[in-house]
Design a protein around this ligand. Structure first.
Ligand SMILES: *Cc1c(COP(=O)(O)O)cnc(C)c1O
Length: 374
């Protein structure tokens, strides 16, 4: 068998612009969390998603942490959250000593089941964290209506959904605070990084205070004046330089990912046992990952995962439901059948701007062969 190059599940696209901006940052000595690229990147990203403010932070997890801190969520508060998500979403609730209230996913959009939200609201409920899972927009208008009715905050975890839209509004811009991640496998990257976007000036100011040691420059000649117990969640100017270059290319990135999704879909079309990610009406999904769901009488998701691995192709099973794992088990109150179903049958196929049609043909032919032996 001839040598086949390995296909990783994701890899970033770092071009000459990124290298130039990062080198400029280094040459100018702006290497830490203060510098011209930080505010440039913040403003450019906020304007991209259509919010007034943006605060660049050190990771997507830090973005969620600072968002919940700024909203004053703490012990005794309940926060509604899907169980079918990445752990960082619920960790932000745990970090504040608040109580996560898990809600199942729904099959229509793989996101928090809107029909179950109201059933889980109590006097203690303070917020909902909505995740736009795998780039699929959650049903924001229904969620915002409920939040309004019960006076709840809405935090959008848009870590996987840069550029996804409902109508012509970007996800991340509709709740009180939107949180994005710029980890290497996300739609744009700063290496490690994240951002909080909001239209609320007060919340932006609060986050801006907390994310840098609880100290800002509003105390005249008094240096080292701290008005809150803060953190260091800053993004460095080097990382912001990388992000600024990446953001300028996001349209091309999304166009490529959409093209790849179309290739995956057409090459696997009509293959029994495979379905693709939902595309809710009126939304623009961003294929952060190319997600398939396998339901077949004799071939399992793990069989396909294994066959791809043998062929040198990396893939990732869907998230394991959070309520089944040790740190969160105590908060499981019911069965979450849809999350479990998705978790057992879902597989994310390689996704990267640099994938070729040949790569996708190779990947899909392994899948077809595994399912139907031809
Ligand atoms: C990636 C991700 C995060 C965390 O981002 P980091 O930058 O890795 O901290 C949070 N939520 C979701 C849904 C994610 O996919």
């Amino acid at each position: 068998m001839r040598f086949m190059k390995k296909i990783p599940v994701a890899f970033p696209d770092i071009g000459p612009k990124e290298k130039k901006y990062v080198l400029d940052a280094l040459n100018l000595g702006w290497v830490s969390g203060i510098g011209p690229m930080v505010s440039k990147f913040e403003q450019a990203f906020a304007s991209y998603v259509g919010t007034k403010h943006g605060l660049a932070v050190s990771s997507g997890a830090a973005a969620l942490d600072v968002a919940l801190l700024a909203l004053g969520i703490g012990p005794g508060d309940e926060v509604l959250v899907p169980t079918f998500t990445f752990a960082a979403t619920v960790n932000s609730i745990m970090h504040q000593g608040a109580t996560p209230v898990f809600i199942d996913a729904r099959q229509d959009d793989w996101n928090i089941d809107v029909a179950q939200i109201e059933l889980h609201i109590t006097k203690k409920t303070k917020a909902i964290i909505v995740v736009h899972i795998y780039g699929i927009p959650a049903a924001m208008s229904a969620i915002l209506k409920l939040a309004n009715k019960y006076h709840l905050y809405v935090v959008e975890d848009a870590a996987e959904a840069h550029g996804a839209k409902i109508g012509n509004r970007m996800v991340g811009s509709m709740g009180d605070i939107g949180c994005f991640s710029f980890f290497a496998n996300k739609i744009i990257t700063t290496g490690e990084g994240g951002i909080c976007v909001t239209n609320n000036k007060k919340l932006d100011e609060k986050m801006r205070l907390l994310y840098t040691h609880g100290s800002n420059k509003s105390h005249g000649t008094i240096y080292y004046y701290h008005s809150a117990v803060g953190y260091n969640f800053r993004l460095s100017n080097i990382q912001a330089a990388l992000g600024y270059a990446q953001l300028s290319r996001i349209k091309t990135f999304l166009a490529k990912r959409n093209q790849h999704e179309m290739w995956y879909r057409s090459l696997l079309s009509g293959v029994q046992g495979i379905s693709f990610s939902p595309q809710p009406k009126g939304t623009t999904v961003v294929p952060w990952m190319h997600s398939i769901f396998i339901r077949h009488s004799s071939v399992s998701r793990d069989d396909i995962f294994g066959a791809l691995k043998v062929a040198g192709i990396e893939s990732r099973p869907f998230f394991y439901p959070l309520h089944l794992m040790p740190p969160y088990r105590a908060f499981a109150r019911e069965e979450y059948p849809v999350s479990l179903l998705l978790s057992n049958g879902g597989l994310n196929l390689p996704s990267a701007v640099g994938l070729t049609k040949k790569d996708i043909e190779r990947i899909t032919s392994v899948i077809k062969h595994t399912l139907h032996g031809n």
